[in-house]
Write a protein that binds this ligand. Sequence first.
Ligand SMILES: CC(=O)N[C@H](C=O)[C@@H](O)[C@H](O)[C@H](O)COP(=O)(O)O
Ligand SMILES: C=C(OP(=O)(O)O)C(=O)O
Length: 328
Amino acid sequence: MYKDDKKTTYGIKIFKNETSDCGADCAKFQKSDLEHKFNKRALQRPYNSRHSWGKTYGEHKQHLEFSHDQYRELQKYAKEIGIFFTASAMDEASMEFLHELDVPFIKVASCDSNNFPYLTKTAKTGRPMVVSTGMQNFDVVRQIYKIIKEHNENFTILQCTSTYPLDLKDVHLNVIKTYQTEFPDIPIGYSGHERGINISLAAVAMGAKVIERHVTLDKTWKGNDHEASLEPSELVELIRSTRLIEMAMGSPEKMMLPSEKTCHDKLGKSLVAKAAIPKGTVLSLDMFNVKVSEPKGISPENMDKLVGKKINVDVAYDDAILDSMIED
Ligand SMILES: CC(=O)N[C@H](C=O)[C@@H](O)[C@H](O)[C@H](O)COP(=O)(O)O
Ligand SMILES: C=C(OP(=O)(O)O)C(=O)O
């Protein structure tokens, strides 16, 4: 989320018009306490990128950081417009602040998912957690699951690759399947940094239960994440399509549905007599054809079950074979 140079409340404006109106469930920010997140020398690193807002990385990060009061203001506003509000807790101090704010869940960013003491403390708050796994290997992810599970049942793990913008060959949506298989008792999600919405929609179709994307008003703006972010019209489309896919995912159970009856009545196939079958004949497979018939007869998948049974009426060539024609 972008913070304007002179007018810090600008972020709130974006929040109302662009995030809640788009239909998103939650607006999530990033909360850092710089001295807790970085050591001194990391803050003093020169940051010469075109995305930099300061000479050192510390100055840059300070420029982007909302104050505690601004967080409270954002939270109040989120409540007014009816959208969940939270943030990624980028260090323990930030996690404690968010816990105090009573956020609905705490986001653990990829860079903290292997920070086990932080993970344990966060899990012990009892707050739901959304945990990203960029920059980690599967062995670490297994440990993440175990550590959180010990203290907190209510969490989700997100597949994520921490590259901005993310090249398709590095997305690895199949990791979602790996997580679903390995951790069947928790919801699995996806945090995406690729361009556009298609990959996130594919994640939904694979059963991702949480989708996280960066949002911007303009992808060409200065800032490391804008290019990999969605503009409001894309966010609208992502959410609209997500809801359609969710509806279409339906049940894993395969059955003939009431809505298929019309088609089944018109085009469902039945067994018919390949040649006239005289009354008393013992049936065998070579006596049947499979056709759309009037009236509808025995379903062809039951053909094998008729072998060896007797027919109790004369059946003319091409007539449907009905249940009532078979001797018990
Ligand atoms: C891993 C991680 O924290 N990733 C975050 C979430 O996706 C990003 O928003 C980074 O904070 C951002 O790309 C950093 O950019 P800069 O260094 O220009 O402030
Ligand atoms: C870095 C973050 O997320 P992810 O690791 O999911 O990109 C974040 O939430 O700030």
